[in-house]
Write a protein that binds this ligand. Structure first.
Ligand SMILES: [Zn+2]
Length: 180
């Protein structure tokens, strides 16, 4: 996974915005780093005599910002290789954890289990729990229907609370994230 430092890339000194961009592949607003990455796949570079993660360096030294306590850097695009200033943002660790939990909820394996369960039980036996998950997931009725493998009109009825209404109000962390 880890690419050797400077694999085919001559490290420019110093790492200016232009020098960083020169080592990236442009993809829309994203700049995908072609240089070395750490064991988690995050861009790194040899900066001031040591191997450093590139995004914190860009945030501090190129964008001139500070990272507040309890906040971490995130990429809006979700691409591990992206170092675009347009994609870098900050969120609290708490918010990131909640978003990750929501993504885990829409994990393909989990959806497959919902789908199998719904198929076996028939739509009439979709549990209140699944209905709550459907209500907590953002997207159009069609997207949700595809995601959960159920009928579009059923999604609409679940969302409106016509069927499988749950006494517990399900709030979407995607909405929560959007307000940050
Ligand atoms: Zn990006």
């Amino acid at each position: 996974m880890t690419r050797p430092e400077g694999s085919g890339i001559r490290a420019p000194r110093p790492w200016t915005r232009e020098a960083i961009h020169a080592q990236c592949t442009e993809e829309g607003i994203c700049r995908l780093w072609r240089g070395s990455v750490d064991s988690y796949g995050y861009p790194r570079a040899h900066i001031d005599g040591s191997s450093q993660l590139l995004r914190p360096y860009i945030w501090r030294s190129i964008m001139g910002k500070t990272l507040r306590e309890r906040y971490r850097l995130i990429m809006r695009c979700g691409n591990r290789l992206c170092v675009s200033e347009e994609c870098i943002a900050t969120k609290t660790y708490k918010a990131v954890a909640e978003i990750q939990a929501a993504v885990a909820k829409t994990d393909p394996l989990m959806i497959a289990r919902f789908r199998d369960g719904a198929k076996k039980a028939g739509h009439s036996k979709l549990s209140a729990e699944i209905a709550a998950d459907i209500r907590a997931t953002s997207g159009s009725d069609i997207e949700i229907a595809t995601l959960f493998g159920i009928n579009r009109s059923t999604v609409g009825r679940i969302r409106r609370g016509d069927i499988w209404a749950s006494p517990k109000v399900a709030t979407s962390v995607f909405n929560f994230g959007a307000t940050l």
